[in-house]
Design a protein around this ligand. Structure first.
Ligand code: NAD
Ligand code: AHE
Ligand code: ZN
Length: 370
């Protein structure tokens, strides 16, 4: 079939809107009509060429929601008409990783997913002149139709609005999951969140949900504070207004440091500050941000010797087919908020404008509605 897509032809260039070929789903695969897709910082990171795994030409996008159109041979859990959210972290429920409750990193298709192809080693997408196009993070939601493995689709209720719950495909689940699954924050905790963008705001709403008492937000863009107050931030710090080093300032301000600190910037210097702002003896620092190719983290080992813990999280530690439908319920029941964070709704033709607004710090989430 033919479908419309925003294609990443090469690093650093705007996406190009064009018709592309999409082959029918093969064994274990599902054809999905994408109804809405969010623009995550990670798509931009790959498009910029900073992702060591980034490949071109490809169809980016990993945060979406849509409807099953056709299922390939052997697909049992989904049927045409089902509403779904694509999962860049799949859940096969059979691999060594899925069977270990300590991780959500299903490895069933990790190898081929990283190569931009389906599990049989081939791509379903090509340009109309026959040039092959790669899949991205197993999702490729910057296309009106896409093909995914059955294990990379969470079936969700049919009354949830696509243009809002698409955000659960990455940002919402990552931020809230970092708090409840990875850090396991307890009632009364003190937390510090670095970066108040599409992920950090969800960390903040996760902290409020978990019952944290003090939620300190840190961002170099003071305009980001307004939304963070609404989601539960109790104190705001603009690093450029702090004299001297930031970590000791935050430690002093919080009476010893955060019980939990979160990096939602992707900046390795911020990651160090986040670790060193965690409380001596027990503070845990969770890295969510994705850093550019070649970047490394550093700290004095003494920071860990004296009881701080450094961790990371992918997709908020969520097992998507199990957890994503529950998070959709939380949204539909009013337990969590999504709507105010979706600051812009665009057409596919306007997708590059969405990335421009991301660069300018003007948006939290832009969502393309097909
Ligand atoms: P975003 O651009 O919306 O937000 C980043 C925020 O960090 C901005 O508000 C920016 O002003 C702030 N910031 C930048 N430099 C800073 C500094 N030095 N100190 C304090 N604040 C600073 O991005 P996002 O969508 O929220 O994503 C955040 C990071 O999380 C990205 O690196 C993204 O790739 C990553 N991410 C990781 C996962 C995962 O599973 N681990 C999932 C989604 C996104
Ligand atoms: N490819 C990069 C790393 C990118 C990365 O860390 N991706 C996150 C999801 S970000 C979503 O917005 C992730 O889940 N990674 C797990 C995995 O297995 O890729 C690099 O540095 O190589
Ligand atoms: Zn993402």
């Amino acid at each position: 079939m033919r479908t419309k897509a925003a294609v990443a032809l090469e690093a650093g260039k705007p996406l190009e809107i064009m018709d592309v070929n999409l082959d029918a789903p093969k064994e274990g695969e599902v054809l999905v009509e994408v109804k809405a897709t969010g623009l995550c910082h990670t798509d931009d990171f790959t498009l910029s060429g900073a992702d060591p795994e980034g490949q071109f030409p490809a169809i980016l996008g990993h945060e979406g929601a849509g409807v099953v159109v056709e299922v390939g041979p052997g697909v049992k859990s989904l049927k045409p008409g089902d509403h779904v959210i694509p999962l860049y972290t799949p859940e096969c429920r059979e691999c060594e990783y899925c069977l270990n409750p300590k991780t959500n990193l299903c490895q069933a298709i990790r190898g081929t997913q990283g190569q931009g192809v389906m599990p049989d080693g081939t791509s379903r997408f090509s340009m109309t002149d026959g040039t092959p196009l790669l899949h991205y993070m197993g999702c490729s939601t910057f296309a009106n139709h896409t093909v995914l493995p059955e294990i990379a689709l969470a079936k969700i209720r049919s009354d949830a609005p696509f243009d809002k719950v698409c955000y659960i495909g990455c940002g919402v689940t990552t931020g809230i999951g970092a708090v409840v699954n990875t850090a396991k924050v307890e009632i009364g905790a003190t937390a510090i969140v670095f970066g108040l963008g599409g992920i950090g705001l969800n960390v903040i709403q996760g902290l409020r949900l978990a019952g944290a008492d003090r939620i300190v937000g840190v961002d170099i863009n003071p305009d980001k504070a307004d939304m963070a107050w609404k989601f539960g931030m109790t104190d705001f710090v603009n690093p450029s207004e702090v004299e001297g080093a930031l970590a000791p300032y935050l430690v002093e301000m919080t009476g010893g440091g955060g019980d939990y600190t979160f990096d939602a910037t992707g900046n390795v210097d911020v990651m160090r500050t986040a670790l060193e702002s965690a409380h001596k003896g027990w503070g845990e620092s969770v890295i969510i941000g994705v850093a550019p190719a070649g970047a490394e983290i550093a700290t004095r080992p003494f920071q860990l010797v004296t009881g701080r813990v450094w961790k990371g999280t992918a997709f908020g530690g969520a097992s998507g087919r199990t957890d994503v439908p529950r998070i959709v319920d939380w949204y539909m029941d009013g337990k969590i908020e999504i709507d105010p964070m979706i600051t812009h709704t665009l057409t596919l033709e306007e997708i590059n404008k969405g990335f421009d607004m991301m660069h300018a710090g003007e948006s939290i989430r832009s969502v393309v509605v097909y």
